[in-house]
Design a protein around this ligand. Structure first.
Ligand code: NDP
Ligand code: 2IT
Length: 445
C-alpha cells in the first residue's frame, strides 16, 4: 500500500458514512500521488494525516421562535479545517440537507480553493440544517441572531471570517453581523458579503459568477477563441448562477437555461436576466414563473427532464453538490459540450468528472472555477483592514487578475506533473503545495 492508499483507507474507516467528505478526500488524494511519491518529506512529516482532519469542529444547538410562537431547534456547525496560510475563511450554508459530511467536504475543499487565490486565508465552512425557504424576514432574523449568538465565540477578524453560501445572502449576513456587533460592541470585519455602505465590497455579490466566466475566458483566449456566441447551459438560479449568466451575456454568450430544485427553463433565444432577478432576488419566487412571463420559454419540472439534456457548448453547474452525474455527463458530451465550469462546489460526481476528463472536455473544478467569490471576500477584508473602499473597477480588475492567475497556475501545474489539460489534478496539486509548505514551515501542530 502506498502512503496515499493508507490515508484514503484510514479516512474511509473513520468517516464511513460521510459520503461527500469521502468523495472530496479521495479526489484530492488521488491527484496528490504525483507529488507525494516524488517527495518523501510529506509522509515523514505526516502532512496528509494532518490535512484530512479538521483543526476544530464545532456543532451547536440553534433554538428560535417561529411566527406562530412555536419553538424550533436547528443544528449549527462550523468546521475550521486548516489555518496554515491564514485565518479560517469560508461560507455559511443554510439548507435542510446540511450535515457533518457536507460541512466537512466544503471545509476541506475550501482549504485548497483559498490557497489557489494566493491570498492569506485558511479553509472553513459552516451552516445549519435550517430551511430559509418560505421564512418571513422576522423568522430569518431570529434564526440568524440565535445562530450568531453561539458562533460569535468561535470567530473573529483574525481568527475566522464567515460569509454566505446556499441560503445565506445579504439578508442573513446583515442579521448575523448586527448580532455580532451588538454582542461584542465592536465594528469588526468578522463577516464578508456585508452590505455596501457598512463594510461590504463592491462586486462581492457578483464575484463568484463573474470569476467563473473570467477563468473560462482566459482559457479560451489562449486558444484564440472566446465565449462570444457560445451556447451556455446553467443550473441553479441563485447568487452564483445569476451573475455567471450576467457576465456570460455581457461577453456575448447565449445563456439558454437556468433551474431551481423544482425544475428548469429553456429559452432558446436567450434568458432574460431582468425577469430572473425579479423572480429570484426580489420576489424569492420559483423559476417556473419565468415561463409565465416569457411564453416562448419552456418549463420542465424536475423528474421529467434534466437541464443537462439541452445541447450546448458550455455547461456551468451552479446549484449544489453531485447535481451532474455520469448520465448527465454523457448527454452533455453527446450534445456537443466542450467546456464544463463548476460554479458550485463539487457539483459533478466522481464518475461524471472522470468521463469529462477522459473525453477531452475542458473541465474546471469548483475549487479553481468558483474561487472568485472567496477571493473577493479576501479583497473585502483588505479594504476593511485599510479602512477604505475601492471602486468597482478596482475590485473587478483585481478579481480578473486573480482568476487569470489561477488559470495559469492550474494549467502549469497540470503540465508540470505530466497531465496537461487536467485542471482537476492541476488545482489539487497547486492548492496543496502552498498549504503543505506552510505546514512544514510551522512545525508539528
Ligand atoms: P443560492 O442559495 O443563492 O442559490 C442556490 C441555487 O441552487 C438555487 O437556485 C437553488 O434552488 C439551487 N439548489 C440548492 N440546493 C439544491 C438542491 N439540493 N437541489 C437542487 N437545486 C438546489 O446559493 P449560491 O448561488 O450562493 O450557491 C450555489 C453553489 O455555489 C453552492 O454549491 C455554493 O457552495 C457554491 N459557491 C457559492 C459561492 C458564493 O459566493 N455564494 C462561492 C463559491 C461557491 P432552490 O431555490 O430551489 O433551492
Ligand atoms: O464556497 C465558497 O467559496 C463560498 N461560499 C464563499 C466563501 C467566502 O468566504 O466568501
Amino acid at each position: 500500500m502506498s502512503y496515499i492508499d493508507d490515508i484514503i483507507a484510514d479516512v474511509e474507516k473513520k468517516n464511513d458514512n460521510q459520503y461527500e467528505f469521502l468523495q472530496a478526500v479521495r479526489e484530492v488524494m488521488n491527484s496528490l500521488r504525483v507529488i507525494v511519491d516524488r517527495e518523501p518529506v510529506y509522509e515523514k512529516m505526516g502532512v496528509l494525516e494532518r490535512l484530512v482532519i479538521a483543526e476544530r469542529t464545532i456543532i451547536f444547538r440553534v433554538p428560535w421562535v417561529d411566527d406562530a410562537g412555536k419553538v424550533q431547534v436547528n443544528r449549527g456547525y462550523r468546521v475550521q479545517f486548516n489555518s496554515a496560510i491564514g485565518p479560517y475563511k469560508g461560507g455559511l450554508r443554510f439548507h435542510p440537507s446540511v450535515n457533518l459530511s457536507v460541512m466537512k467536504f466544503l471545509g476541506f475543499e475550501q482549504t485548497f480553493k483559498n490557497s489557489l487565490t494566493g491570498l492569506p486565508m485558511g479553509g472553513a465552512k459552516g451552516g445549519a440544517d435550517f430551511d430559509p425557504k418560505g421564512k418571513s424576514d422576522g423568522e430569518s432574523m431570529r434564526f440568524s441572531q440565535s445562530f450568531m449568538t453561539e458562533l460569535a465565540r468561535h470567530i473573529g477578524p483574525d481568527t475566522d471570517i464567515p460569509a454566505g453560501d446556499i441560503g445565506v445572502g445579504a439578508r442573513e449576513i446583515g442579521y448575523m453581523y448586527g448580532q455580532y456587533r451588538r454582542m461584542t460592541n465592536t465594528f469588526e470585519a468578522v463577516l464578508t458579503g456585508k452590505g455596501v455602505g457598512w463594510g461590504g465590497s463592491l462586486i462581492r455579490t457578483q464575484a463568484t459568477g463573474y470569476g467563473l466566466i473570467y477563468i473560462i475566458e482566459e482559457f479560451l483566449h489562449g486558444r484564440d477563441d472566446s465565449i462570444k456566441g457560445k451556447k451556455v447551459v446553467i443550473s441553479g438560479s441563485g447568487n452564483v448562477a445569476i451573475f455567471a449568466a450576467e457576465k456570460a451575456q455581457e461577453l456575448g454568450a447565449v445563456v439558454v437555461s437556468m433551474s431551481d430544485s423544482n425544475g428548469y427553463i429553456y429559452h432558446k433565444s436567450g434568458i432574460n436576466l431582468v425577469t430572473v432577478k425579479d423572480i429570484k432576488l426580489t420576489k424569492r419566487g420559483r423559476i417556473s414563473e419565468y415561463a409565465k412571463v416569457h411564453t416562448d420559454a419552456v418549463y420542465t419540472e424536475a423528474g421529467k427532464g434534466r437541464v443537462w439534456d439541452i445541447p450546448c457548448d458550455v455547461a456551468l453547474p451552479c446549484a449544489t453538490q453531485n447535481e451532474l452525474d455520469l448520465g448527465d455527463a454523457k448527454k452533455l458530451v453527446a450534445g456537443g459540450c466542450k467546456i464544463v465550469g463548476e460554479g458550485a462546489n463539487m457539483p459533478t460526481t466522481q464518475e461524471g468528472t472522470e468521463y469529462f476528463l477522459s473525453g477531452g472536455i475542458s473541465f474546471f473544478p469548483g475549487k479553481a472555477a468558483n474561487a472568485g467569490g472567496v477571493a473577493t471576500s479576501g479583497l473585502e477584508m483588505a479594504q476593511n483592514s485599510a479602512r477604505l473602499y475601492w471602486s468597482e473597477e478596482e475590485v473587478d480588475m483585481r478579481l480578473k487578475g486573480i482568476m487569470t492567475g489561477i488559470y495559469h497556475n492550474i494549467n502549469d501545474s497540470a503540465r508540470e506533473y505530466g497531465k496537461p489539460g487536467n485542471f482537476v489534478l492541476g488545482a489539487n496539486v497547486a492548492g496543496f503545495k502552498r498549504v503543505a509548505k506552510a505546514m512544514l514551515d510551522q512545525g508539528i501542530i
